[in-house]
Ligand binder design. Structure first.
Ligand SMILES: [Fe+2]
Length: 385
């Protein structure tokens, strides 16, 4: 079966190897003639980006690159991008890269048309109603990692330097108008990045599946995404050029982000403060905390994981899922404890209130307190399941 398709769920997606060639046509369908390609500095130096710019230029699009984007991006990354967009007279954004570049690109598309400051559009109460929709710029998303799924999301995670917290900027129209999902672009990712981002995709599906909200559509998507991760993540890590593995991980990533409309949980609550304060890699941090959070939530999710285990072909329910996760982590080189990625016991008390306030917390299967988070951090730091 050729792993290729044109889909309109949850947005317009052109999926398949080599489809980056269609980028200019996709830009034109969204009315762009002078797109700003937003990516990170490391990616901007790779042939991947110059090839995309050349493809656009050959099709008559004046495409310039903005690459002031860091991992765990901050507000300045967005606001300098807005200034670049306006100074250059651009008419749309190509958000090109991993989660950070996609989120910054989407936030630039939002902010070019707004008079208020960025964090006035945080995902709280009805703040999204403050957005002037008519002046937002169109966005095409081109993912180059398989994990974040931000290409099909309606939000961007940006760190507020004022208080070192990650804030979610949200508007329904932040969903990119179109996605070019070309698994070939992910073939050059090193094994460690493939592993960490792939585990982020898994964490989205697993947390969405375990969220107590009622959303059968999201649950259906989540279980199939987890099957794809189980079947293909080891091959994607071990044989980077395996295009079938890369394609299946790329769609599993989009599916994970589609599913997490149902909510996330304590994996992301614990991970965000580590990223905001210590700049740990988001997917890697989720991968480290995953089994500890699962064990913590066990009383609330045991029956659900029984069903999941049956679908994944893992005899034994909750314990079988936990065992599979632990062996998957070992196989793809994920560290066992938060201590191994620089989180120390003294961070637990400081990060716990931030985890409690995280927007992922209300949909954790078990209600969480500040003390619970401190305890759970210590479990993850000391390796106590
Ligand atoms: Fe995530």
């Amino acid at each position: 079966m050729e792993l290729k398709g044109n889909w309109n769920f949850p947005t317009s997606i052109r999926f398949g190897a080599g489809r980056i060639r269609e980028l200019p046509e996709v830009c034109r369908t969204l009315g762009m003639s002078r797109p700003l390609l937003v990516t990170d500095a490391a990616l901007a130096r790779l042939p991947l980006v110059s090839a995309a710019v050349t493809t656009c230029a050959e099709a008559g699009l004046e495409c310039l690159v903005y690459s002031n984007v860091q991992g765990n991006p901050i507000a300045d990354n967005v606001m300098y991008g807005v200034a670049t967009f306006q100074a250059g007279g651009h008419d749309g954004v190509i958000a090109f890269g991993g989660g950070s570049a996609l989120d910054v690109g989407k936030a630039i598309g939002l902010m070019v048309g707004q008079a208020r400051p960025l964090f006035d559009f945080e995902d709280r109460e009805d703040w999204y109603l403050r957005v002037n929709v008519s002046t937002m710029a169109p966005v095409v998303a081109v993912p180059t990692t398989a994990g974040t799924g931000s290409e099909v999301g309606r939000a961007a995670v940006i760190t507020d330097p004022a208080d070192h917290t990650k804030k979610i900027i949200f508007h329904p129209r932040m969903m990119p108008g179109a996605v070019v999902a070309d698994p070939q672009l992910t073939c050059g990712l090193p094994p460690q990045v493939t592993a960490a981002t792939g585990m982020d995709a898994l964490s989205h599906s697993l947390e969405a599946y375990c969220s107590p909200l009622y959303h059968p559509l999201a649950e259906g998507i989540a279980v199939e995404a987890m099957r794809l991760v189980k079947e293909w993540l080891p091959a994607a890590v071990e044989e980077g050029g395996n295009l079938t593995a890369r394609a299946n991980m790329l769609i599993a990533s989009s599916m994970g982000a589609t599913a997490f409309q149902k909510g996330l949980g304590a994996m992301h609550s614990l991970s965000h403060p580590c990223g905001a304060n210590l700049n740990t890699h988001h997917g890697l941090t989720n991968a480290v905390v995953m089994p500890y959070v699962l064990a913590w939530n066990r009383p609330a999710i045991e029956a659900k994981l029984q069903r999941l285990a049956a679908y994944l072909g893992l005899p034994g329910g909750f314990d079988a899922i936990l065992e599979w996760l632990l062996s998957l982590r070992r196989r793809i080189g994920i560290p066992n404890t938060l201590a191994e990625i620089g989180v120390q016991p003294e961070h637990a008390a400081r990060f716990a209130p931030q985890a409690l306030a995280d927007p992922s917390t209300p949909t954790n299967p078990l209600p969480m307190s500040r003390d619970d988070f401190e305890h759970l951090y210590l479990n993850c730091i000391r390796g106590q399941l």
